[in-house]
Design a protein around this ligand. Structure first.
Ligand code: AMP
Ligand code: ZN
Length: 668
């Protein structure tokens, strides 16, 4: 028995090494045939001896697990987006901002920006335990079974890896593999995949992992996250990750000035066309991790990193027709319907034109030859007209005056770039759009109900606003197209379950114009219940941190509508969370109300992130740099001397971690 176990272990180690040589180093040392023979031998042994099962055995790479619903997992460390820059001046501005916030010289790591789907991998004791998509940055989908089939993702690490860490990377589909997949589809008469990026990201959410295993996906890594990682710079962490068995492209270089960075950009702007996969720019990161920590994050992105986007590709084509779309807020968006044209690897048929001003400014007309540009994943846009090619009888575009859906006269308020259809309760796309927003993932996240079904329900006259959802019965939905017993049950249950969604998300879901996720959070925290919010006057609202006139106006307008009040009251009746629960209120105080606090250095009892959360939970505001408005600085170990000087000069008090924790009655 010991013998068999040893044999299995040896085979696994050997196959692992071959996988690594082939998929990470691109230098195989045995033939595919020999590899398959060994893999088959291992598979047979494992089948005979299930007691030696190992979820990370090389045999698991072929997939087979089927996931119906991907579990939502909260990221231990948030997955941020990146700020973009487009010129040397942008980079110089960024450097200036950085140098204000940290001491000493700043060096940068320059990396390629891989264009695929981001992924976060968690390793414990050298074993892959979890792979989660970015999702909304706070939480994503657990796609571990699918990721395990990607051969360049190590299931077992080697070397001196830390006991627990997350590593972030990009799942990409190299051009070669993408083209092969499309050749196969062509041969089978199937519709072709549009581009490698979308195909890679779509692959992660396939239900059958064996299907994923067949796709030539790769995983390129770029960031280590966690504590006690034993590295002090970004560049070092790339090298370490590589030594543990990860695929980390070796294009990365260290730069000590913006000029160096620009040289790297220029080099890759042409060279990138020789790469086996798509890149849409480069990423520049402050190299020193201690400096990264001091710089911290804005609401969306790290302050210590910057993407540099390569100049977008451009083509010309003929604009056949301008049509108009009505959004859920009633906003009208003109859409350019183009003569199909190839652009950056995809066929473009439509482009957005934003608003009437844009049409006027560029003098865009039907039958014009237009310049179309595409950058990253943004939908292509028209950036100009080739006037020389304009037909002789061309007429300036006359913007529509009435809603294309309900024929109501459009309005345009001063200061607003868009026209709106004011028919709030009678315009179909608005009614449907609002309910679609209500059920969407970041809002009420109603499982079993999709956007198309919402449209169907509205068109069948079964619902006309989101509160109607809660009165739907199974008998009503079963007759709908493509509904079955099971899906009807799921739909009704999904709606029922949504009453547990916390207040801040409900506030976002009800669709008050200008109240996005962040504002909804702010308002929920400040007012604690919809009742308090309804009572709030315009002036009162404007007093709330970061709530301006526009939002305040929109909120009061929303609650001034009789119809909205009726809808809200019905939500209340159905048990939807319209106030903050006891649970959420725990640990929240006003002890630091109105105070602006800076955090600097390294702490002993709580992490920097926890410290910031404590400040916010107690009503304070975390600010990134010291100014005369700063109330005090929580100073940890290794606080930078320039920050210290500044605090002294401005007479801002420094308090220790312990003093701070005592101040807010925090036990530790
Ligand atoms: P964006 O989606 O344009 O905000 O860009 C941010 C994304 O770029 C991140 O979420 C990553 O998935 C991706 N990315 C690609 N390459 C890198 C890299 N070398 N370093 C950091 N992020 C990268
Ligand atoms: Zn309308």
């Amino acid at each position: 028995m010991e013998n068999i176990k040893q044999h299995i272990t040896n085979l696994r180690n050997e196959l692992r090494e071959h996988n690594y040589n082939y998929y990470v180093l691109d230098t195989p040392t045995i033939s595919d045939y020999d590899f398959d023979v060994k893999l088959k031998a291992l598979q047979e042994l494992e089948d005979k001896h299930p007691e030696f099962y190992d979820a990370n055995s090389p045999t698991q790479r072929v997939g087979g697990a089927v996931t119906k619903n991907f579990e939502t997992v909260k990221h231990e460390y948030r997955m941020y987006s990146l700020d973009n820059s487009y010129s040397k001046d942008d980079l110089l501005d960024w450097e200036k901002r950085i140098k204000k916030m940290v001491d000493g010289d700043v060096a940068y790591t320059c990396e390629l920006k891989y264009d695929g789907a981001s992924i976060s991998l968690t390793y414990e004791n050298g074993q892959l335990v979890k792979a989660v998509t970015r999702g909304d940055g706070f939480q994503g989908d657990d796609v571990t079974a699918n990721i395990k089939t990607i051969k360049s993702v190590p299931l077992q690490l080697k070397g001196d890896y830390p006991p627990k860490f997350d590593i972030r990377g990009e799942i990409i589909l190299p051009f070669d593999g993408f083209n092969k997949m499309n050749e196969e589809r062509l041969a089978n008469g199937e519709e072709l995949y549009r581009n490698p990026r979308n195909t890679a990201s779509g692959s992660l959410k396939l239900q059958d992992s064996a299907e994923v295993a067949k796709r030539p996906l790769e995983c390129l890594l770029y960031n280590l996250t966690g504590t006690n990682l034993g590295v002090t710079t970004q560049f070092e962490s790339l090298e370490k990750a590589r030594s543990w068995g990860f695929k980390v492209p070796d294009a990365a270089v260290l730069a000590t000035s913006v000029d160096d960075v620009v040289a790297f950009v220029n080099h890759w702007d042409t060279k990138r066309h020789e790469l086996p996969y798509e890149t849409d720019g480069i990423v520049i990161k402050v190299n020193n991790l201690q400096q990264q920590e001091e710089l911290g994050y804005t609401a969306k992105a790290p302050r210590w990193a910057m993407a540099y986007k390569f100049k977008a590709e451009q083509v010309t084509t003929v604009l056949n027709e301008i049509t108009y779309q009505v959004g859920r807020t009633g906003a009208i968006t003109p859409v350019a319907n183009l003569e199909p044209v190839e652009l950056a690897g995809t066929t473009v048929k439509r482009a957005s034109i934003h608003n009437a001003d844009q049409i006027e400014k560029l003098d865009i007309r039907e039958r014009d030859t237009v310049f179309v540009e595409k950058g990253g994943e943004i939908i292509p846009k028209i950036i100009g007209v080739d006037v020389a090619k304009r037909p002789a009888n061309s007429q300036p575009t006359v913007y529509i005056s009435h809603c294309p859906e309900c024929e109501t006269e459009l309005v345009r308020t001063a200061g607003d770039a868009k026209h709106y259809c004011p028919n709030y309760n009678g315009c179909k796309p608005q009614i449907i759009g609002r309910i679609q927003h209500y059920i969407s993932r970041k809002a009420m996240d109603i499982e079993g109900l999709g956007g198309e079904t919402v449209a169907l329900l509205v068109n069948e006259g079964l619902i006309s606003n989101y509160s109607d959802l809660y009165e739907l019965t199974k008998a009503q939905v079963i007759p709908l197209e493509r509904m079955a017993e099971k899906s009807a049950d799921n739909l009704i249950n999904g709606i029922k379950a949504s009453v547990a969604i916390p207040f801040e998300r409900v506030l976002y879901a009800i669709g008050i114009r200008y109240v996005g996720e962040t504002v909804a959070k702010k308002l929920a925290k400040h007012y604690k219940s919809i009742h308090n919010l309804m009572e709030a006057s315009q002036e009162d609202l404007e007093q709330v941190d970061e709530i301006g006139v526009k939002i305040a106006e929109s909120v009061t307008q929303f609650f001034a509508s009789e119809e909205n009040i009726v809808t809200i009251n019905r939500l209340l009746e159905f048990g939807v969370q319209l106030s903050i629960s006891e649970e959420d209120l725990k640990g929240q105080t006003d002890l630091l109300k109105g105070q602006s606090i800076v955090v600097s250095g390294v702490f002993e009892h709580v992490s920097r992130t926890e410290l910031k959360k404590l400040i916010e939970d107690n009503g304070g505001k975390v600010s990134s740099s010291i100014s005369s408005k700063t109330n005090f600085v929580v100073a940890g170990d290794k606080m930078g001397p320039s920050k210290k000087d500044k605090a002294e000069r401005l007479g801002v008090a420094l308090i220790s971690e312990i003093e701070f924790l005592q101040k807010i009655n925090h036990t530790f």
